[in-house]
Design a protein around this ligand. Structure first.
Ligand SMILES: [Mn+2]
Length: 287
C-alpha cells in the first residue's frame, strides 16, 4: 500500500502535495537521509489530526495528496529532473508543493520548475549552514553547494539560523554582502532579526527551504551534522507564522537522517508539515 501523509487516502481536491524526494548521492559524513521521506510519512499517522492553535483540521480544509516514494536514478542531473517534473505537475494541479528530502540538493530540482512559473521567486533558507561552497568533494551540485547555485541564478536568498561556515564561505559572504542572519543575531536581537525577515518577505513569491539542522540537536538529533546552538520550536513557529502571512508558494524540508530507535526528528518533520498546513488552512479559510 502507498504511504501517505497522516495515513489518509489522497484527497481528490487536495491543495497540498507531499513530494517524497529520497535523494542521497553527495552526502559526505553520516548516511541515511535517503530513508527520511519514508520514515517521516510512516510516523505521521501518530500526530493528532487537529491543530490546537488554529482550531482546525488541515486535512479537511486543504486536503493532502502524497506522491509515491520514487526510485531516483543515481545520477544527480537525472534525479533532479525527476523531482523537477513532479513539482511541475504539482504546480499545474494548483497544489502547494512540500518536498520531503533527502539531501539538500533536492531544492535545485524544485527551483528548476518554480522559476519557470514565478518571476519574482525568493528563497528563505533556514539552515545551520550556508551551503555556499563553489564545489564540494569535486561536486558542483551537492548539499554543500546548493545555495551557491541558487545565488548564481540571480534568485534572492536570505539564510537564517546560520552558525558555522568554511573559510571559503566566509570570504564569499564578505565579498558579496550575502544576506544572512546568524543564529546569534536571532538570540541577541529578536525584534530586529524578525523585521529583517519580514522586509525580505514583503515582495515576490517565497519558497521556504528548511534544513532540519537549523534546529537545536536536542530537539532534532537525526541530522547529518548536529550543530549545537540551534533554533527552538517556538522561535521556528513565530518565523513560520510570519512567512505564511506573505506569498509562500512552496517549500522543502530536507536533511533528516533517521536514527535507529529514536523517531524524534522524523516526528518533528511530520509535525512541521502539519503545522504549516494548518497555518495555510487558516489563511485559506479567512481569505
Ligand atoms: Mn545544514
Amino acid at each position: 500500500m502507498k504511504l501517505t501523509f497522516l495515513g489518509l487516502p489522497d484527497h481528490p481536491q487536495a491543495k497540498v502535495a507531499l513530494i517524497p524526494a529520497p535523494l542521497e548521492i553527495t552526502t559526505s559524513w553520516q548516511k541515511g537521509t535517503k530513508e527520511a521521506p519514508t520514515e517521516i510519512l510512516k510516523v505521521s499517522p501518530n500526530l493528532e489530526f487537529f491543530d490546537e492553535e488554529t482550531e482546525l483540521e488541515p486535512q479537511e480544509v486543504l486536503g493532502f495528496f502524497t506522491f509515491p516514494v520514487p526510485e531516483l536514478p543515481f545520477d544527480i542531473d537525472m534525479a533532479l529532473d525527476v523531482i523537477s517534473k513532479i513539482v511541475r505537475e504539482t504546480l499545474e494541479e494548483k497544489r502547494f508543493p512540500i518536498l520531503i528530502g533527502g539531501e539538500h540538493t533536492v531544492t535545485l530540482g524544485s527551483i528548476k520548475s518554480l522559476k519557470e512559473v514565478y518571476k519574482n521567486l525568493k528563497i528563505l533558507h533556514l539552515d545551520a549552514h550556508l551551503d555556499l561552497r563553489d564545489e564540494y568533494l569535486g561536486c558542483k551540485f551537492s548539499h554543500a553547494t546548493v545555495v551557491r547555485r541558487i545565488y548564481e541564478m540571480g534568485i534572492p536568498v536570505l539564510s537564517v539560523g546560520v552558525r558555522t561556515l568554511s573559510k571559503e564561505e566566509y570570504e564569499f559572504i564578505k565579498k558579496t554582502n550575502f544576506s544572512l542572519l546568524w543564529m546569534r543575531d536571532l538570540r541577541e536581537n529578536w525584534d530586529r532579526s524578525f523585521k529583517i525577515i519580514e522586509d525580505f518577505l514583503k515582495e515576490g513569491e517565497i519558497y521556504l527551504s528548511l534544513d532540519m539542522d537549523v534546529f537545536d540537536p536536542s530537539i532534532a538529533p537525526g541530522v547529518g551534522t548536529p550543530e549545537p546552538g540551534g533554533m527552538s520550536w517556538y522561535e521556528f513557529l513565530q518565523i513560520i507564522k510570519l512567512v505564511v502571512r506573505y506569498n509562500l508558494i512552496g517549500m522543502d524540508i530536507v536533511e533528516t537522517k533517521p536514527v535507529a530507535g529514536n523517531a524524534i526528528t522524523e516526528y518533528l518533520a511530520a509535525k512541521i508539515i502539519f503545522k504549516i498546513s494548518s497555518y495555510l488552512a487558516k489563511k485559506y479559510e479567512t481569505s
